[in-house]
Structures are given as structure tokens and as C-alpha cells.
Design a protein around this ligand. Structure first.
Ligand code: SF4
Length: 339
């Protein structure tokens, strides 16, 4: 019986350098798994390679995005990580934001240099009331603020996709959350395939696709690699990477926070699987990586950040990330490049 030769860390990194950095071809599922399994002693080298890949295939600009919750809490779905589900004993109560506050938030976001402003609602999918609110909000923002509007309103039907596209919504966020094989352990009230269907309709309607997920929800390294390559197959314009911040009262409230080295390895591996995408640091960064995490990530493959709140938990203040980008001499992506 013959065995495939064991590939060393040097081989694994050399392959990634040749294939991803030189040729721009993302890692396969097996190759992503090899990278995720690298020892911590290779982390620095791995992050440096991911950074080179990002600089070569995306450039030095960093996209800054603001996010606002139009409807918070009381969601009928049971995503086990989410404190906005109405099915768990979590402290987030249902609340709606009014249109003037939405426009004000968009103005404040634009002042930071952000080019994207994402309107989020904690729902399975939008009902007529929410669609009307979104239409009014998008129109008011487009009239008063120089910023692209994105939405994240759950699963859509074709009519809703068409209406959002007609409103001028530039990008739609809908996360696949985790690998297809792990999804039933995370959500039972809808399927991964239902999410995929929404993403396909969004793409076909001409909106940009923003799709990522959460790491550290009990998935194996194999499933993390599976997820990275399932995202690559979707070819999203942007991938927000969250790390689980276990919220009290949710079914995942007692899970351990991902170790920092594992989280950073995942950032680099996702960059190597998705060399051209906008890879965004989203929620859970502070608890997983601490204060130094932003810098390590932005020098390890990340090229987009969120300013302001992460919906239900506070992120760092906008200024600290903006200052960091200035210190690292990384320009904020300008609006005219995205129009
Ligand atoms: S992740 Fe979204 S769909 Fe799931 S419970 Fe939270 S708000 Fe609802």
C-alpha cells in the first residue's frame, strides 16, 4: 500500500505562494485545510503571505463600512449564535429605528470616510412594513448622503430582490454562516440552500453579493475549509468574517472563544482561498483577538473594516480603526472608485 507523501509546512506555503500569489488562483478545499492545520510557529509567515496576496490582487485600499440596525431583536429564527432571536432568553428586545435617525447615522458614517452603509433587520425575511421602511430609508439617504447603501434583510423572494435593486441598493448581505455540513447544527428553522437561493437571485439582479459567516461555532477544521471553498464557489464581492462572541442566553452561550492564533490562521486561509474578495473583519474581533487583532488582521489579508456598532455588541470606536489605517499608510477606498 502506498501513502501520499506528507507535505511539510515549507511545501504547503510554497504551493500557496506559487498558486495564489503568483497566479491568483485560490486554494482548493484540501489546500485550505493544510493551511488551517499549520503550526503556530508558521503563523507569522502565513499572515505575511496572506498580506502579499491581498496587496497584489486587491491593492492597498481598505473599504470602510458602517452598519445600522433598522429593526432589532424579536426574530422568529433560531440561529444558535444570535442574541436577536426571539426564541432564546437573551436580553435584546425588539425595537425599530425611525427614518431621521437612520439618515443621521448614514451622515455620521460618511464622515468617517466610509463608502458603504448597511441597513440591517433581524428578520427571517422582510414583510411589507419592512420593505416600505427600507424604501423610505434608502430614498432619504440617497437624497442627503454621499454613500452606497447596502441591505441585510434576511431571505428574499424574487419580487423583493427586484424591488431592492430598483431602489438602488448597491450590495446585499446574506451570510451562509458556516459550512453546509455544519449548518443544521447552527440553524433549524431554515436551510443553507434557502440562503443560497437568495444569494443567487441577488447576484442575478445585479446587486453586489456580501456573504460570510461566523467561525468558532463548533465546526471542525475540515468544515472551516469546506466553508471557505463554498464561499469561493459563490464568488462574493465581499466576505465578512465574524468570530463567535458567545452571548448569554443563546444555545452557543457556553462555547469557548476561538484562540487568537486559530482565528488569525483562519483569516489568512480565507484570504488564500479568496484572493480577490473584499475580506472584512466583522463581529467578535475584539473578544477573540484583543486590541492588537486589527493590526494583525489588516497585515494578514483583511481589507475592509466596520465602523461603529456591531448590531448588538459594541465594537471599537470608529476613530481607532481609522487611525490605525493612517498609521499603516493604507488608504481608505474612495467612493468614486466604487460607483
Ligand atoms: S441571525 Fe438573523 S435570521 Fe438568525 S436569529 Fe439572528 S436575526 Fe434572526
Amino acid at each position: 500500500m502506498t501513502h501520499a507523501p506528507v507535505r511539510t509546512a515549507v511545501d504547503i506555503l510554497a504551493t500557496a505562494r506559487e498558486q495564489v500569489l503568483e497566479q491568483g488562483a485560490g486554494l482548493t478545499r484540501e489546500q485550505t485545510l493544510e493551511v488551517l492545520r499549520l503550526g503556530d510557529d508558521r503563523l507569522e509567515e502565513l499572515l505575511a503571505l496572506a498580506h502579499e496576496v491581498r496587496m497584489k490582487w486587491c491593492g492597498p485600499e481598505v473599504e470602510v463600512e458602517g452598519i445600522i440596525s433598522l429593526k432589532t431583536g424579536g426574530c422568529p429564527e433560531d440561529c444558535h449564535f444570535c442574541s436577536q432571536s426571539g426564541l432564546f432568553q437573551s436580553p435584546v428586545r425588539a425595537a425599530w429605528l425611525d427614518i431621521p435617525s437612520l439618515v443621521e447615522a448614514a451622515k455620521q458614517t460618511a464622515k468617517t470616510g466610509a463608502t458603504e452603509f448597511c441597513i440591517v433587520a433581524a428578520v427571517r425575511g422582510p414583510d411589507e412594513r419592512l420593505m416600505a421602511q427600507v424604501a423610505a430609508g434608502v430614498e432619504a439617504i440617497r437624497n442627503e448622503v454621499d454613500i452606497q447603501v447596502a441591505c441585510s434583510l434576511g431571505m428574499l423572494n424574487q419580487d423583493q430582490v427586484d424591488r431592492l435593486a430598483a431602489m438602488g441598493v448597491h450590495r446585499y448581505n446574506h451570510n451562509l454562516e458556516t459550512a453546509k455540513s455544519h449548518f443544521p447544527n447552527v440553524v433549524t428553522t431554515h436551510t443553507w440552500e434557502e440562503r443560497w437561493d437568495t444569494l443567487r437571485m441577488v447576484r442575478d439582479a445585479g446587486m453586489e453579493v456580501c456573504c460570510g459567516g461566523i467561525l468558532g461555532m463548533g465546526e471542525t477544521l475540515e468544515q472551516r475549509a469546506e466553508f471557505a471553498t463554498q464561499l469561493a464557489e459563490l464568488e462574493p464581492d465581499e466576505v465578512p468574517l465574524n468570530f463567535l462572541n458567545p452571548r448569554p442566553g443563546t444555545p452557543f452561550g457556553d462555547l469557548e472563544v476561538l484562540p487568537a492564533s486559530e482565528a488569525l490562521k483562519a483569516v489568512a486561509a480565507f484570504r488564500l482561498a479568496l484572493p480577490r474578495t473584499i475580506l472584512r473583519f466583522a463581529g467578535g474581533r475584539e473578544i477573540t483577538l484583543g486590541d492588537l487583532g486589527a493590526e494583525q488582521g489588516i497585515l494578514g489579508g483583511i481589507n475592509a473594516v466596520i465602523v461603529g456598532n456591531y448590531l448588538t455588541t459594541l465594537g471599537r470606536p470608529a476613530e481607532s480603526d481609522i487611525d490605525l489605517l493612517a498609521n499603516l499608510k493604507m488608504p481608505i477606498k474612495a467612493l468614486n472608485e466604487t460607483l
